[in-house]
Ligand binder design. Structure first.
Ligand SMILES: [Zn+2]
Length: 429
């Protein structure tokens, strides 16, 4: 092939034609594998412009060149890749692979606009980066849950103040945090491994950190290994033990990344999955499945029992209050879309930072200091906030509409199938 091209090119050059036929990229047959490699290199190149864009990468290290290429050049290359993806032939078995790659690639163009500070509305950004738009929630709708909590919570003051007073009795003492968190991890892992086969060497390290805009983070390193960081800036309530252990670990981010590596990167040689760009459609599934996974690994009644028998005593908390605590948590959960409402209004310029903090205090029932941290998260991650709640609902609906018997085994089978064969939001709807 190459020799023929060289001869053709010599002829072409002699005839005064363009010589780009010698371009090695032109010489490479256009396959999905080759385009996937381009995608990885382009994602890494975009990542040179933002410290958190590349959430995980464990492909060939030489592809990460460290070169900061001009954004306009990257835009051109991404558009070329999109055109090639449109044209490339793919087998029936690889149609979903191609579609996912197209959506991921397209999102890079939007992310370049975001880092260029170009005006993109909240809904537009979430559609183009995460393939989904959050429903418009009004304060009146949120007031219903607020009224319910008004009746449930003792004391005087606003619902937010009373909530913060109420949950004070459920803080894990700092000296017990590690043992409580580890107990939650051990149980989540044990339960997950009953249904999902993980690599033998899978493991992670837990670190306690400060001064972050998030409360927990999983940094996937490849080879089924994660570094999980837990932020201790704010009091950590007992519900967070299972939430964090399951969301960051089992069957959340650690398992999701491990399964993609095992099935897709190692199993099928789909190299595009060795890179995880944070601000991309992948994140809706990542956060959505990590949140939904908490209920999969700990169905409500089992969670209550485990909290009562193990976690509350380990944290030195009053186990007779487990039910009450989780009843309040369940109503509070109905307010989760408040985050999207505030982020949208704030980022679209309808309200200022002060009003955003005020609304976060009122509707997400946090202290002013915690609301300031949350606004820091919104400033840093923008429309990413929709991935947690909308992502959770999309994953939940997707799994539930496929269940026939509703048994735990069936739910786990559908859930692990989704983690091993990722879908974007629109593919799940
Ligand atoms: Zn997460």
């Amino acid at each position: 092939m190459r020799i023929t091209l060289v001869i053709l090119c010599l002829l072409a050059t002699l005839m005064g034609c363009q010589s780009n036929i010698l371009n090695t990229e032109e010489d490479t047959p256009m396959t999905l594998d080759n385009l996937a490699e381009h995608y990885v290199k382009l994602a890494l190149a975009v990542g040179e412009h933002h410290p958190y864009y590349i959430d995980a990468y464990y492909g060939p290290s030489e592809w990460r060149t460290g070169e900061k290429r001009p954004l306009n050049d990257l835009k051109t290359d991404i558009s070329t890749l999109l055109a090639q993806l449109e044209q490339v032939q793919s087998s029936e078995a690889q149609l979903q692979r191609k579609a996912f790659l197209q959506v991921q690639t397209k999102s890079m163009l939007t992310f370049i606009q975001v880092i260029n500070n170009e005006k993109v509305s909240f809904d537009d950004e979430s559609l183009r980066l995460y393939d989904a738009v959050s429903p418009n929630i009004t304060e009146a709708e949120l007031d219903k849950a607020l009224n319910e909590l008004d009746i449930m919570l003792p004391g005087t003051g606003t619902v937010s103040e009373r909530m913060n007073d109420f949950i004070e009795q459920f803080v894990i003492p700092k000296d017990k945090l590690d043992s409580v968190f580890k107990a939650a991890v051990v149980e989540s892992r044990k339960r997950t491994k009953q249904y999902i086969e993980l690599e033998e060497q899978e493991s992670f390290t837990i670190e306690y950190v400060q001064d972050k805009v998030w409360s927990g983070y999983n940094w996937y390193q490849g080879n089924s290994y994660s570094l999980i960081q837990v932020n201790t800036d704010f009091p950590i309530y007992i519900a967070r033990a299972i939430d964090l252990a399951s969301h960051e670990g089992y069957p959340g981010h650690h398992v999701f990344n491990s399964l993609m590596e095992k099935h897709l990167v190692n199993g099928k040689g789909w190299i595009e999955y060795s890179v995880y760009p944070l601000f991309s459609p992948m994140s809706l599934l990542a956060e959505g499945s990590a949140n939904y996974g908490v209920d999969v690994v700990f169905p409500h009644a089992e969670r209550i029992q485990f909290e009562k028998d193990v976690l509350f005593p380990l944290a030195g908390l009053d186990a007779s209050k487990v039910e009450l605590y989780y009843q309040v948590q369940a109503v509070k959960q109905q307010l989760s879309y408040a985050d999207n409402m505030v982020a949208k209004r704030y980022l679209d310029g309808e309200i200022d930072a002060q009003k955003a903090i005020e609304l976060l205090v009122k509707y997400t029932l946090v202290t002013k200091k915690k609301a300031q941290q949350r606004l820091g998260f919104i400033n840093a991650n923008r429309a990413y906030v929709i991935n947690y709640n909308l992502g959770q609902d999309i994953v939940k609906d997707y799994i539930e509409k496929q269940t026939k018997t509703g048994t735990q085994a069936e739910i786990w089978a559908l859930f692990s199938e989704l983690l091993a064969n990722p879908k974007t939001a629109s593919m799940m709807q």
